[in-house]
Design a protein around this ligand. Structure first.
Ligand code: PMP
Length: 416
């Protein structure tokens, strides 16, 4: 018996696959240096854990409203208003979700219609390389992906002209992720204003249903000269933008599976109400006791957040300097998040010391794991120049970064 075509066509997440493989090898005692982790190597803040544990003890163990409890919605609305500058964002425009992933999944469910028979699908404009799950989740909702290619040389950023040229009457979502996984680069406020102007103009002319989905999960992990900005704060596009965030990366709370969406004005309420229906029929709600911990993280754990941010900033410098010196790698300076995405195109087509022919990043990553006990994520599934790149996370100690870069340099130098 076959399962659904949707599921048969769905690729497993390459980042999760490599991470699991590296962890399994480590558990067998193989000294693998793991550069595949998409999560901080820090623990969740003590005070957040204490608050969640106390709420659990106090029996906050029952269902709560699908949107999240009122104190959390109020706090998130305040944060999105004051810190992110989203206009007309109250508790009615905010919904707590089961992680950023579920927020994205449901946003696509709320926005995309499956194509009518014989009609062309609605489109998602996706700057690539992009995090591996955006495209599969949008495709599950019926979208067709339009890749907007970018390269390391231009900081992996699309230009307004490039965006404008890609917009069609079928355009439904422009997907933005700044700081970016896997590129770790960011758009400047001026660049975001220019992209917003293109969206605004297109929405008034050829693409009236065009929305922006902005994944801002790495908002607090920034360390370059570019200040973070929410594109949803630009008045002309605020009422067509869904802003998504969560505590996973900033507060080292990935396993809590919490996130949230926010919007502006009547559109924001319409989206939040859609989420309430969707969650009401699927996940029901997030665990109440976790929300007590989330509120404490967001209001009292700025110190922990800053300590982690500084550590990532320091590691970004170390890994960038070391990788820049490896012949044949092209790498953009990371200024946010905790990844580097070196282009290894110059080494593809070569053969490894153990005799493996390296045609693709997957071959390269497999040989690196086997011959140097070093796990990196092959770039193919990130799209665009990902097809000649690898992703390395620097959510690990500096010693590991130095040793890993040494192994990688040795590996590259021995390729023939
Ligand atoms: N968006 C991006 C850009 C990510 O990198 C990740 C995690 N790797 C997610 C979403 C998923 O976040 P969460 O764990 O909160 O679902």
């Amino acid at each position: 018996m076959e399962l659904s075509r949707r599921v048969r066509g769905l690729k497993p997440s390459s980042t999760v696959a490599v991470m699991n493989k590296a962890k399994a090898l480590q558990a067998q005692g193989v000294p693998v240096l793991n550069f595949s982790a998409g999560e901080p190597d820090f623990n969740s803040p003590e005070r957040a854990k204490d608050a969640a544990a106390a709420a659990l003890k106090a029996n906050q163990t029952k269902y709560i409203p699908a949107a999240g409890d009122q104190p959390t919605r109020e706090l998130l609305a305040k944060i999105m208003t004051e810190r992110n500058g989203i206009p007309n964002c109250g508790p009615d425009q905010v919904v707590v979700t089961s992680g950023v992933k579920m927020a994205l999944y449901l946003a696509y469910q709320a926005l995309f219609d499956p194509p009518e028979p014989g009609a062309l699908p609605q489109e998602m404009l996706l700057p690539v390389p992009a995090w591996v799950s955006f495209a599969p989740m949008a495709e599950l909702a019926g979208a067709r992906i339009i890749e907007l290619p970018t390269t390391a040389a231009t900081g992996f950023k699309v230009t307004p002209a490039q965006l404008k040229a890609a917009i069609s009457p079928r355009s439904r979502v422009f997907m933005l992720n700044s700081p970016s996984n896997p590129c770790s680069t960011m758009y400047t406020p001026d660049e975001l204003h220019a992209l917003a102007a293109v969206i605004d103009e297109a929405a008034r002319t050829i693409a009236p249903d065009l929305c922006i989905v902005s994944d801002e999960l790495y908002q607090h992990i920034v360390f370059g000269s570019v200040p973070f900005m929410s594109i949803g704060s630009v008045p002309s596009v605020a009422e067509r933008t869904i802003t998504i965030n969560g505590p996973g990366k900033s507060f080292a709370m990935t396993g809590w599976r919490l996130g949230w969406i926010s919007g502006s004005g009547p559109f924001g309420k319409q989206v939040a109400d859609a989420f309430i229906k969707l969650q009401g029929q699927t996940t029901t709600c997030v665990p109440a006791f976790e929300l007590a911990g989330l509120r404490v993280a967001l209001t009292e754990c700025g110190g922990e957040l800053e300590t982690m941010r500084r550590a990532f900033a320091q590691r970004a410098e170390v890994i960038f300097d070391l990788l820049r010196a490896v012949p044949g790698l092209q790498v953009a300076r990371p200024i946010g998040a905790f990844y580097v995405f070196p282009d290894i195109g110059a080494h593809l087509g070569k053969t490894s010391p153990a005799g493996k022919r390296l045609t693709t990043p997957a071959d390269f990553a497999a040989a690196l794991l086997e011959e140097k006990q070093m796990a990196v994520v092959p770039g193919e599934d990130f799209g665009g120049v990902g097809r000649q790149s690898i992703r390395m996370s620097f959510a690990c100690g500096e010693d590991q970064i130095r040793e890993g870069c040494r192994r990688l340099a040795e590996f590259c130098a021995a390729l023939r």
